[in-house]
Design a protein around this ligand. Structure first.
Ligand SMILES: C[S@@+](CC[C@H](N)C(=O)[O-])C[C@H]1O[C@@H](n2cnc3c(N)ncnc32)[C@H](O)[C@@H]1O
Length: 310
């Protein structure tokens, strides 16, 4: 699995991930990877970066790529928009493939859809000139929605040819074929680029503070909601152990959602409040915001900050 371990502001060139140069393709939501493996073998010169949020799918797909000796695929376990934002340089992607994205059919959930105006605008900064996004779906309403959203940006030419047979070999395509559902396909070709750049989400080496004072007996949090610029952090619950507390936190930022653990514990230098390494969270502005919220809570309980790296 490829972890975005670089703390630099610019995404690494794809050569760093793949060990060679080549046309870069990003697949978002590859599921069990059966299409990805076929696609990668059919285009051995291409470099395929797959992004997938489901851990189970990532494991199944990795096994498949190993078993089938697929060499030109790398995986990012996380959100597709984050992979495009932080892992690929501007104007570097030839093709983005989205097969059977989650349709989020309820009106109140539509903001969760990947293919919307804001995404299409940002994507234009990552596609090469003439680069394209290929969408295949069984969900007509989402399909029409995606067409409208892309067209409203004025940045894409949109065509709707029949789905290429290869794109109907995915697990979900097989499932819907069995039910006789119709399939829809669109090619969104970049014709212009959004003038707003899409800088990678900034990452930091650490987020913690040292405080003076007694470790509290209790740490009442009761779902503390902390508004952030462009998102929200929620301190869900504090769990006590012998050395202090683990705090369950949820952080939503533009293009990145993380569940993580924070810690409050006695250290040689005072009371440490910061990010736990468990789960290797990415330390972003939002995560720093969550730690700042936790520190405020501790200050309200009478502790005093002596070192602040939040
Ligand atoms: C309906 S399934 C389709 C899977 C596969 N493409 C297929 O056709 O069989 C949607 C997939 O997208 C993944 N997914 C949903 N949102 C995602 C996101 N923001 N980034 C990456 N993967 C995502 C889900 O975990 C799921 O595996």
């Amino acid at each position: 699995m490829v972890r975005p371990a670089l703390l630099k502001d610019l995404p690494p060139p794809p050569e760093g991930l793949f060990g060679r140069a080549g046309p870069l393709v990003v697949e978002v939501g590859f599921g069990d990877g059966r299409f990805t493996a076929l696609y990668a073998k059919l285009h051995p010169e291409r470099l395929v970066l797959g992004a997938e949020v489901s851990s189970g799918s990532v494991v199944r797909a990795l096994r498949r790529f190993r078993r089938e000796g697929v060499e030109n695929v790398r995986i990012y376990h996380g959100e597709g928009s984050f992979a495009l934002r932080n892992l690929v340089p501007p104007r570097s992607v030839l093709e983005v493939i989205v097969n059977f994205p989650d349709p989020w059919p309820k009106k109140r959930h539509q903001e969760n859809r990947l293919l919307q105006r804001g995404f299409f605008r940002k994507l234009s900064t990552r596609l090469v000139e003439g680069g394209r996004l290929l969408l295949t779906t069984d969900h007509e309403e989402y399909f029409r929605f995606a067409l409208e959203e892309a067209l409203s940006t004025g940045l894409y030419r949109v065509e709707t040819p029949p789905p290429p047979p290869l794109h109907l070999t995915t697990k979900y395509a097989e499932k819907w074929k069995g039910e006789g559902r119709p399939f829809f396909h669109a090619v969104f070709t970049k014709e212009a680029e959004d003038h707003a750049p899409w800088p990678p989400l900034r990452r930091y080496p650490m987020a913690h503070a040292l405080l003076e004072g007694p470790l509290p007996e209790h740490l009442p949090l009761s779902k503390t909601v902390l508004p952030l610029e462009g998102g929200v952090a929620v301190l869900l619950k504090a769990l006590k152990d012998e050395e202090g507390f683990y705090v369950l936190a949820h952080v939503e930022e533009e293009d990145l959602t993380q569940d993580l653990l924070l810690e409050v514990r006695r250290s040689a230098h005072g009371v440490y409040a910061g990010v736990s390494r468990f789960g290797h969270p990415l330390i972003t502005e939002g995560v720093k915001g969550a730690v700042r919220g936790l520190v405020e809570r501790l200050k309200a309980l009478g502790l005093r900050v002596v070192q602040d790296h939040t």
